[in-house]
Design a protein around this ligand. Structure first.
Ligand SMILES: [Zn+2]
Length: 119
């Protein structure tokens, strides 16, 4: 009846469905399956509260792309058919916040204007 694979220091460990590396669960985003407008859709579950089977993924475009290409979500979540991944992609984009995100917003920023993004 192990609820988690607990280790004293690093907590539960999960495998990223994209790059297949093991990582602390808190470094991964949980993805579960639900429905949006009656269609199967993958839902990001950062609070890890949604019921049901979940897959874990590094919140990066690279791991997301790998997972999509390998149909890893389909396998990990036992999906019968396809499911929309748009919500997961949007969630990852919102987390990564990279200045050179291609094609997400209609902003045209000149390359020499990154002063506005100083943190
Ligand atoms: Zn990964």
């Amino acid at each position: 009846m192990a609820r988690e694979d607990l280790t004293p220091d690093s907590g539960p460990v999960r495998t990223c469905v994209g790059c297949r590396q093991r990582a602390a669960a808190r470094e991964l985003v949980r993805v579960t399956v639900g429905s949006v407008d009656g269609l199967a859709a993958l839902l990001p579950d950062p609070a890890r509260r949604l019921p049901g089977r979940g897959a874990h993924l590094h919140p990066t475009r690279r791991c997301y792309d790998l997972a999509v290409r390998r149909k890893a979500f389909t396998r990990a979540l036992r999906l019968a058919g396809g499911a929309s991944t748009a919500l997961v992609a949007a969630h990852i984009d919102s987390l990564t916040d990279s200045p050179s995100t291609p094609g997400t917003a209609g902003v045209d920023v000149s390359p020499d204007q990154d002063w506005s993004n100083s943190s």
